[in-house]
Write a protein that binds this ligand. Structure first.
Ligand code: CS2
Length: 434
């Protein structure tokens, strides 16, 4: 809006699981401060592009009605991996999920895919015209993945006419969005108040860096995001894969290794040369050979720039936050690299270390923040080899071909046992010397 002066566009936010953010934003006219922290941070800025926030948890029918409005042209989703309620190993919608099953009855839908599909259905019925759906989450081929989930929902709902309408009128471009935005803390709100003189209950803290690569495939006109730095390309997948396998994979490695080594934040974890070097090994010896990088990008240099961003101490991004929902994150971050490397005959030792470190977290965490928590807990007990084997056999997470691959299986089981015996730093010191 600032770059173009085009004020016809605005954003209506929708919260999914609780009304908390809506309740915070409402009394402040949906304005909120973005506080950048770190080198080259801009001054705090109040953003006023939100024109409303709907509490989808209190009023799911209102979400369906909103999505069906003719003046809604673009629906973006930032709902985290687990919000898609799919099976990470196959990418299929989890039709056994009780909430998805309930959304397939005629209750007002409560899941993301349910609300989206019902919203599109209402749109088709009301003649509201074409629309573009943009996933902004860390899923491989996020646009294609989301399209498939919507198609599977519509198929399960037995609505072939709607499927045809969606095929014709709805676009699902993929995107790669990158900015580290840790959960806001009470201290952050105090700092915003000190720096701006404004009491803001909904402020957001972020690193200065931001990147948005979007597949230029829209069903209608769109804001000219390229004037504000977004990059529009024909094919986003190399960008998404790069980010998932380098940035997000190192993030998860640092979170699980860091928790095991007693580090509370990502900046502390990456400041330990053993942990940083483990990420470097993962990137140079396993990600690089398996990755089709976007043209012109040097993956090793990209990896170094990511580690510099992680080292920003002012962000205070906790290892516990990044460690959440590991069952949903391992696949695109580490397992895809492992599978591709195995296919070339190489051993993915560092990816296996990341998986073993995740197992260490699963085994030791007092509270496990993961949609598969009960399945994970049920796999624990017995010897380290038993635990690692049972975790590898969870087929929602590990595709059977990978879990049964003798090289990968042995690497994970052995490393898990060594982590329990020698600790994170002990194992790293030995493996980095080798
Ligand atoms: C992080 C991401 O929480 C996580 O798992 O890896 O949220 C990460 O901070 C963003 O993808 C950065 O763009």
């Amino acid at each position: 809006m600032l770059a173009t002066g085009d004020l016809r566009w605005g954003i209506c936010g929708v919260t999914q699981r609780s009304g908390k953010i809506a309740a915070l934003l409402d009394p402040q006219d949906c304005r909120y401060t973005v506080l950048e922290r770190g080198p080259d941070a801009a001054l705090p800025r109040v953003v006023s592009t939100l024109c409303g926030v709907l509490d989808g948890s209190a009023d799911p029918s209102a979400v369906v009605a909103l999505l069906a409005r003719e003046d809604i042209r673009i629906i973006t989703l930032t709902v985290t991996e687990k919000g898609y309620r799919h099976d990470p190993a196959t990418g299929d919608l989890n039709l056994a999920d009780p909430e998805i099953a309930a959304d397939l009855t005629d209750r007002p839908p409560r899941t993301v895919v349910g609300q989206l599909s019902r919203g599109l259905q209402r749109r088709a019925e009301g003649g509201a015209g074409p629309v573009t759906v943009v996933s902004c989450d860390n899923l491989p081929a996020n646009g294609r993945t989301l399209r498939r989930l919507v198609e599977q929902f519509i198929d399960a709902a037995g609505a072939p006419q709607l499927a045809a309408w969606v095929a014709e009128r709805v676009r699902f471009p993929s995107t790669m969005v990158d900015r580290i935005v840790p959960a806001t803390t009470a201290e952050d709100l105090v700092e915003v108040r000190e720096r701006t003189g404004l009491r803001d209950e909904a402020a957001v803290v972020a690193e200065p860096f931001r990147q948005w690569v979007i597949e230029d495939d829209f069903a209608t006109d769109r804001p000219r995001w390229e004037l504000a730095g977004a990059v529009l390309v024909d094919d986003v997948e190399p960008w998404e894969t790069l980010k998932l396998r380098v940035l997000n994979a190192s993030h998860s490695m640092l979170a699980y290794l860091g928790l095991g080594a007693g580090y509370g934040t990502i900046a502390e974890a990456v400041a330990d040369p053993l942990l940083a070097d483990a990420c470097r090994k993962l990137i140079t010896s396993e990600v690089v050979p398996a990755l089709k990088a976007p043209s012109g990008v040097n993956v090793t240099e990209y990896g170094e720039s990511v580690l510099v961003r992680f080292a920003n101490p002012a962000l205070r991004h906790t290892t516990a936050q990044v460690a959440q929902d590991g069952s949903q994150k391992l696949g695109p971050r580490l397992l895809d690299t492992a599978s591709q490397l195995l296919a070339t005959g190489a051993e993915p030792r560092w990816a296996a270390l990341g998986v073993a470190a995740w197992m260490g977290h699963v085994g030791s965490a007092r509270s496990l923040d993961d949609p598969l928590e009960s399945v994970l807990r049920a796999a624990l007990g017995g010897s380290p080899a038993d635990e690692a084997s049972r975790l590898l056999d969870i087929d929602q997470i590990f595709a059977p071909e990978l879990a049964r691959h003798p090289v990968f299986r042995t690497a994970v089981i052995t490393t898990y046992r060594r982590l329990l015996e020698h600790g994170v730093r002990g194992v790293l010191a030995e493996d980095l010397r080798a």
